[in-house]
Design a protein around this ligand. Structure first.
Ligand code: CDP
Ligand code: MG
Length: 762
């Protein structure tokens, strides 16, 4: 059904058509001969066909116009959503037509794989069907999502759908979000004892399995979006496989938007696969004729071209992350605003850091006669379905977390999508009627450069967190664990090593008391180590605040046009030598002022961010109390605090190399102080620093930096550092290293043997 067609993005004709209009309205200088020629041509055609000049510049636009005369999708679903009741909308979903058969299969099997096109109702309906069928009488119906945004937004929708079963006057607290239907993401639990349908991130369920190894609270678990192969979902697969074999009463449902279902079915010993019949419309495909240098500009051009030339229907643009998305939104809005009499366009961004109320907007239908453009990360690829999309623009890129073994940590890289992603993306245009997909890459790029499927996260990211968790669950030998796709041995080794350095594992790779305590916190290992080390240093009160502040997006507000003013306000909080302590200082000062909104605004601090930090802090305090740890403070002694910070960041410790330039002491990677750092304006630069994160832009920048004493590094991390190494200590260090390596290798070899044996069995 998918026909291919070439289109001419970047071809001078199209770009100039828009630019030409612009110069006309603004009366700017004329362009090149070519431009004028194009404009003249367009004018001529316009006179012939009675359309405005820029409309007819590109071939495909013409094609679309004629092709759409009898378009059955004229009443896009946005109208549908407006006019039909929630109940009617539910009955209209493809999954509704197979409700009974589906429930029969679930009844007969403990594991069921469900495959269905995106938007068929898997995420929103399955949980409700299970509840309606009475499964929730024996426990909660849980549904995992790889993305926080999806968990929150879907829970809200389902809460509304469940409420719709009860007449308005009879509705109670139970019918609002957090009542019958709730969600839980890290540091945010919107559920109550009455909650029967619980949406959550896969990470939350994974942590719950630490407390409740059989997950007895649940009667059913829907592992949604399994095709995404997120790290936590992949680990959950192994854990749930065990649980299912112990608990015959548990219903496990695995959903997938793609055909990777066979893999899941085999993993669960041949579980049945149920297909929800699709209801898709043909999507006509266009590829860029030439390779696009700048996908942001290309996307902007394409949005405008559709808006000017093509019939009504909303547009979905797949972009990478916040920055690019904001860029596309701003440019499109500017362009549209600068053209007189241009029909209105509603431009909406969608990314995970966007406030929830803004996120909710993408599901609302635009006013009549207004075209909606949603510019999103790959969350709209399968996790969220926006109705009424007729045009999809695919930049061909997404942001992917990749473990960089050179610097020993994950970085977010802009990476080409896989063919499977590209297919999902274009498919979003054909949900409610025939649609059009514009790929901002050439068909040769598609065929030759894109991978068939993207690499599962477990095979490309840092595994310290997962390793710690599995060790806490009693999985001593990691390669013996039933991974659907085993992670690379090298990554496992380096994760084991990092945990050993932090004192979470002993020389034999077994969990230490410290490691066990660390696993109680939903934090990255260095942060939980820092918190626990603070107990012996007597500065837990301070470290709780610092860790909470590091766990929320930056609280510093830096509006455009007021950069200097806001920078000056931020500098007032600076604690010399430490960005970590600066964060602590902001919190303490805000607290002094009762976390007052006006105070925050005046000092260019996000009050919502501060609120979030307070909530995170309160939860960390709870976890401390559960571990019977008494929270003590050091009365704000910055040195004690800095020393504690030093204890967790061995991997991120640097020595000075030049002015503002440092080199990592373990990896040799060079990095600089960021101009926003409190250390940047010091009269001198400290010899040793540790940092929280590395940010790669034009250079490698250290983000959140604290100056430390070389002596502290030597004391706290003697396996790495020494001020002046004697022969004896060097020998001792070597033998520790050798012993560690030997033990690690023995474990790996043993595990490899088990794996090989298992493979041979198969
Ligand atoms: O999971 P799947 O892709 O199969 O479909 P779904 O997410 O359950 O979506 C079913 C319907 O619910 C779609 O028409 C969505 O547009 C709608 N929905 C919504 O209106 N608001 C949300 N927050 C989520 C879904
Ligand atoms: Mg879904």
């Amino acid at each position: 059904t998918m026909r291919q067609r070439f289109w001419e993005l970047g071809d001078s004709k199209m770009g100039d058509a828009i630019a030409g209009k612009n110069t006309d309205t603004k009366g700017g200088a004329g362009g090149a001969d070519e431009q004028q020629q194009a404009r003249a041509d367009a004018k001529k055609r316009a006179q012939e066909e009675d359309v405005v000049d820029y409309k007819k510049s590109a071939g495909f636009a013409q094609h679309m116009k004629t092709d759409n005369k009898d378009d059955p999708s004229k009443s896009a679903t946005s109208d549908f959503a407006k006019h039909k009741s929630i109940k009617e909308q539910r009955r209209y979903l493809p999954v509704f037509s197979v409700r009974e058969q589906l429930l029969d299969v679930i009844k007969e099997n403990s594991v069921t794989i469900i495959v269905g096109e995106t938007g068929s109702g898997k995420t929103t309906q399955l949980t409700q069907y299970l509840m309606e069928e009475g499964y929730s009488n024996f426990g909660m119906v849980g549904c995992t999502q790889p993305r926080r945004v999806a968990a929150m937004s879907v829970a809200r929708r389902v809460s509304e759908e469940v409420a719709a079963n009860t007449p308005v006057p009879n509705r109670t607290e139970l019918h609002s979000l957090g009542g019958l239907v709730g969600y839980a993401i890290r540091f945010e639990d919107v559920t109550s004892p009455q909650t029967t349908i619980k949406y959550m991130t896969d990470g939350v369920l994974l942590r719950e399995s630490l407390r409740d190894p059989d997950l007895n609270m649940y009667s059913c678990i829907v592992m949604d979006e399994a095709h995404e192969r997120s790290l936590n979902t992949d680990v959950l697969f192994g854990i749930l496989k065990k649980i299912v074999s112990r608990r015959s009463d548990l219903k496990l449902i695995v959903t997938s938007a793609t055909l990777s279902a066979d893999l899941f079915s085999n993993f669960f010993g041949g579980a049945p696969t149920f297909r929800i019949p699709g209801r898709t419309f043909p999507v006509e495909m266009f590829y860029a004729k030439t390779v696009q240098e700048d996908y942001v500009l290309a996307a902007v051009k394409q949005v405008l071209q559709i808006h000017f030339n093509s019939p009504p229907g909303d547009i979905l643009v797949f972009c990478t992350g916040q920055e690019d998305i904001e860029g596309v939104c701003t440019l499109v809005a500017e362009k549209v605003g600068s053209i007189d009499g241009c029909s209105p366009l509603l431009v909406l961004p969608m990314y995970s850091q966007l406030p929830a109320d803004m996120q909710a907007k993408i599901f609302e239908a635009a006013e009549k006669g207004v075209r909606k453009v949603v510019v999103s990360t790959n969350v709209a690829e399968t996790s969220l379905t926006v109705d009424g999309i007729k045009y999809v623009i695919d930049t061909g890129f997404s942001k992917v977390k990749v473990y960089n073994s050179k610097i020993g940590m994950d970085t977010l890289n802009v990476t080409p999508v896989s063919k499977a992603n590209a297919k999902q993306r274009s498919g979003r245009a054909g949900r409610t009627g025939p649609g059009y997909a514009f790929r901002l890459y050439t068909d040769r790029q598609f065929r030759e450069e894109l991978l068939e499927n993207s690499v599962p996260e477990i095979q490309r990211t840092n595994l310290s967190n997962v390793v710690l968790l599995l060790k806490s669950l009693g999985v001593d030998n990691l390669l013996e664990f039933d991974f659907m796709s085993p992670p690379p041995q090298q990554t496992l080794e380096s994760s084991l090593y990092q945990l050993w350095v932090l004192g979470a594992l002993d020389n034999t790779g077994a969990l230490t008391d410290m490691g066990r305590a660390m696993s109680e916190f939903p934090l990255d290992p260095p942060l939980s180590k820092m918190l626990l080390f603070s107990v012996s240093m007597g500065c837990t009160d301070e470290l709780l605040t610092i860790v909470a502040m590091l766990s929320v997006p930056s609280v510093f507000f830096r509006p455009k046009d007021r950069e200097e003013e806001s920078d000056a306000a931020r500098e007032k909080f600076f604690v010399p030598e430490s960005d970590h302590c600066t964060l602590l200082n902001v919190y303490l000062r805000a607290k002094q002022h009762g976390f007052n909104n006006d105070w925050c605004t005046k000092h260019f601090v996000h009050s919502k961010g501060m609120q979030k930090a307070r909530e995170v802090r309160a939860q960390l305090v709870d976890l401390m109390q559960q571990q019977k740890i008494v929270v003590k403070g050091c009365g704000g002694s910055w040195d004690v605090v800095r020393r504690t910070i030093c204890s967790a960041y061995f991997y991120n410790s640097c020595q000075i190399k030049g002015i503002g330039e440092y080199v990592n002491m373990l990896t040799g990677i060079q990095s600089c102080l960021h101009p926003s750092s409190a250390l940047y304006g010091l009269g001198y630069t400290p010899d040793f620093v540790v940092y929280h994160e590395l940010i790669s832009t034009s250079k490698e920048y250290m983000s959140c930096v604290t100056a430390v004493d070389g002596q502290w590094l030597a004391e706290l991390g003697p396996m790495f550092f020494s001020i002046k190494e004697s022969f004896a200590t060097r020998i001792a260090k070597k033998s520790i290293e050798a012993e560690r390596e030997a033990r690690m290798k023995a474990e790996m070899d043993k595990a490899q043997g088990v794996m090989d044996a298992r493979k041979a069995e198969k």
